[in-house]
Design a protein around this ligand. Structure first.
Ligand code: ADP
Length: 353
């Protein structure tokens, strides 16, 4: 923090002028899975909005579409998935006037840097990644090199902007540890080009799905989606898993192992949360009532989000302008980092002159 770094902004005639920013930089992103879910929201997006509102950081938020191609997908649907993710960012409160919102594939330097970083990344480290093991298990018919090298692209996403803080859910911490390792290896071999990034976790870094078995994820079909109507939220919560030892009203519960309570932590204000904790433990609060309080809290918080999303969907041009503007700004920073990287590695015609 306090370090002077180049912040590129769009200037006249499409040129990008570097100006100086004293704030440390944060970077984060989500895959364009279509609609986001409560896990994405409380594990990441809500925290991004809070960080932006604090004003401490210069912030870049990316729709990481290039990460999404490692799994087979319907090409026709991809543009609307990207647009929906950008809409969710803005509707949740990421103000494009105060941060940079852009699409990863609009800045091809992500892919170029990933290639260079790949040459300092040990294969063994990639093979140890939990997400690689899970994805190759889930998609046995398509275990491609992209699934394997995914964490290198993620390291490039962060290092390209010299971001020092990366707000993510806990499933991404292992990838971030590898990004730090890649950063150290690159700097040791080519000189100190990149600062080491650190993960920053929200207070609810891991939300389980309504099945209570694995993390909430769209692909596992266990998610409460941000766009779900209140009656759908209610239906999903009614079937959700709670403390198995709390069977009927009067049984004492254990909020620390209950995913419904974890979700309350993200959506319910502290005094009401303390009351839920105490009455669940005493047995006075039953799971049915607790779930309906959660439904109310989720609906209360997400109603403005759903309204804002609907407004933005009617005006996609506005979202497109945000993304094009964001790409231009991100591209300026990316080009300047790549120039440093080329110089450090002795590449391109510029090193000949
Ligand atoms: P998904 O995991 O659904 O494919 P991404 O990998 O694009 O989505 O994740 C986007 C962000 O949301 C990441 O920071 C990730 O850690 C966070 N996240 C995703 N699922 C959860 C969850 N169930 N609980 C908490 N955070 C989550």
């Amino acid at each position: 923090m306090g370090q002077i770094r180049a912040l590129a902004v769009a200037g006249s005639g499409g040129y990008v002028k570097p100006v100086m920013s004293e704030r440390a930089r944060i970077f984060s992103g989500m895959q364009p899975t279509g609609g986001l879910h409560v896990g994405n929201y409380s594990g990441a997006l809500k925290g991004w909005v809070n960080l932006l509102d604090q004003g401490t950081y210069e912030a870049l938020f990316c729709v990481v579409d290039a990460h999404a191609v490692t799994i087979e997908y319907d090409v026709k649907q991809m543009p609307s998935r990207i647009l929906e993710t950008a809409i969710a960012y803005i509707a949740a409160g990421l103000d494009p006037e105060r941060c940079t919102i852009f699409i990863q594939s609009d800045v091809p330097e992500h892919m170029e840097l990933a290639w260079y970083l790949g040459s300092v990344t040990p294969m063994g480290d990639l093979g140890r990644m939990t997400q690689f093991k899970e994805k190759s298990e889930q998609h046995q018919q398509n275990v491609n090199a992209g699934i394997f090298t995914y964490p290198i692209l993620m390291a490039a996403d962060v290092l390209l902007y010299k971001a020092t803080v990366v707000p993510v859910g806990d499933d991404q911490v292992q990838h971030l540890e590898l990004a730090r390792e890649i950063c150290r290896k690159f700097n040791a071999r080519y000189g100190a080009v990149f600062p080491e990034p650190k993960p920053l976790l929200s207070s609810t870094p891991r939300i389980l799905g309504i099945d209570g078995k694995s993390k909430m994820s769209k692909s596992r079909g266990n998610a409460i989606e941000l766009d779900d109507e209140p009656r759908v939220v209610e239906k999903k919560l009614k079937s959700a898993f709670t403390d198995p030892l709390k069977v009927r009203l009067g049984d004492p519960g254990r909020p620390e192992i209950c995913n419904i309570f974890t979700m309350h932590t993200a959506f319910t204000a502290p005094p009401a949360l303390a009351e839920i904790d105490a009455t669940c433990r005493s047995g006075a609060l039953g799971c049915g009532e607790c779930k309906m309080r959660l439904r109310d809290a989720i609906v209360r918080e997400l109603t403005p989000f759903r309204q804002k999303s609907a407004e933005l969907r009617k005006d996609p041009r506005r979202v497109l302008n945000v993304l094009q503007d964001g790409a231009e700004r991100a591209h300026g920073i990316a080009r300047s980092t790549l120039r440093e990287v080329h110089h450090a590695m002795g590449l391109t015609s510029r090193s000949l002159g």
